[in-house]
Design a protein around this ligand. Structure first.
Ligand code: SF4
Length: 401
């Protein structure tokens, strides 16, 4: 383990220095003579390996002209994306909207973040389990599930049905090998609690869906390929329902507060559902909705042409799905916007230009690559916002009334 003992650290430093030495024909080590008020000395390790430090050649010495040696250079160069396929699905276009450099760094440079180590399951893994259970619920009779509103209403023991699906998913997701990777003290009881939580949550969700108007599940985890600005994207959608009039309802499960406000504006926060709705659905589209599956906050929200006639008849007139229905105009706007984002990505637009310099950057993992926090004025803005106690909970306020 690094830093466990001085000897281990010394060995680690030796290996790192040897690696540096072997990395090029000529390697130059340098050191700062002073750090704040303290005088510094050259590394003993480097001295052992390559000899004592020498004075810098005179021509390398900084000329103290008094002039500012920093030059500002606006880099407007663009390197067009040379391929016709891109990984990352709709996420790449969402990132292009949030900050062009974010899309460039993740889709073209493969810049990744470390997953923080957490005891037990993290939020992402919990979300994956929830998706897996809902997928199993709506998998149809051949796989022990159901596939329609009528079948849901016919279930005599809804909780027992959900319990069975949760058990299957937990068994498959946590085979003995995976269990061994969890902390030894609590795997069994911990997983039991997780199973109970999922059972409660999914049962609550299905009770809500029972009150819907009739539907048939046309598919879950639906895969699709779409082409935007000459680029092919592989999409996967949580679920597509066929409604009473034969039209389709596109559904995305979310355990966060995200809502349809994320689809609005010139630079939407999320283009996944608009992309799917406006490029992938070939049948008549009735709407696109987010299924918020959160403890105590179970609801659909989104854009539907006639939500009261096709989704639920008990919606209040103030409900966001009623007040802001889906229109052909909206679909056309999304299409044009998404095409523009695709064209910008293909053209190589990669400027560091966060949509919101505080919120967008806070949620982005690329600080080490784009180094935006070295921009002092922005850092000051962030600090000021932090001290004001800005709520970054992500609630976009488009909840059902
Ligand atoms: S940290 Fe901010 S500026 Fe940097 S890539 Fe992310 S969103 Fe863009």
């Amino acid at each position: 383990m690094p830093h466990a003992s001085p000897l281990a650290d010394w060995k680690l430093a030796q290996e790192a220095t040897a690696r540096l030495l072997a990395s090029a024909d000529e390697v130059i080590f340098s050191y700062a003579r002073q750090s704040e008020d303290a005088e510094m000395r050259p590394s003993r390790l480097v001295a052992q390996l390559v000899g004592h430090a020498k004075e810098l050649p005179a021509e390398w010495m900084r000329m103290d002209s008094g002039a500012d040696l920093t030059e500002t250079y606006e880099d407007a160069s663009q390197v067009p994306f040379p391929y016709t396929e891109v990984s990352g699905g709709a996420g790449t276009l969402t990132r292009q909207s949030l900050c062009a450099f974010q899309a460039f760094a993740t889709a073209r440079l493969d810049a990744e973040d470390w997953e923080p180590a957490e005891v037990g399951l993290n939020a992402k893994q919990r979300g994956q389990l929830l998706h897996a259970v809902l997928h199993r619920v709506w998998a149809g009779a051949n796989e022990g599930g159901i596939a329609s509103h009528a079948e849901l209403r016919a279930l005599a023991d809804l909780r027992g049905f959900v319990e069975g699906r949760v058990r299957e998913v937990m068994r498959e997701s946590f085979d003995p090998k995976r269990r061994a990777s969890l902390p030894a003290r609590f795997p069994v009881r911990y997983l039991q609690l997780e199973a109970e939580r999922l059972t409660r949550l999914v049962t609550e969700w299905l009770e809500y869906e029972r009150e819907r108007l009739p539907f048939i599940v046309a598919g879950t985890e639906v895969k699709n390929r779409v082409t935007v600005a000459g680029l092919t994207f592989d999409l996967r959608l949580d679920r597509v329902d066929e409604l009473q009039n034969g039209s389709r309802l596109v559904i995305d499960y979310k355990s966060s507060e995200v809502g349809p406000k994320a689809w609005e504006g010139d630079r939407p926060d999320d283009v996944q559902l608009p992309l799917y709705a406006s490029f992938a659905v070939k049948e008549e589209l009735e709407g696109l909705v987010i299924a918020r599956v959160r403890p105590g906050k179970i609801e659909f929200c989104g854009r539907v042409r006639d939500a009261s006639a096709m989704l639920r008849s008990d919606l209040k007139s103030s409900n966001g799905m009623v007040t802001k229905p889906l229109t052909d105009r909206q679909l056309r706007d999304w299409r044009e916007q998404i095409e523009r984002l695709g064209e910008a990505f293909v053209a190589g637009r990669a400027e560091v230009d966060p949509k919101d310099p505080v919120k967008t950057c806070e949620r982005c993992h690329l600080h080490a690559v784009c180094r935006i926090y070295e921009n002092q004025p922005l850092a000051a803005v962030v600090a000021e916002e932090d001290s004001d106690g800005i709520d970054d909970g992500g609630d976009d306020g488009d909840r059902d009334a």
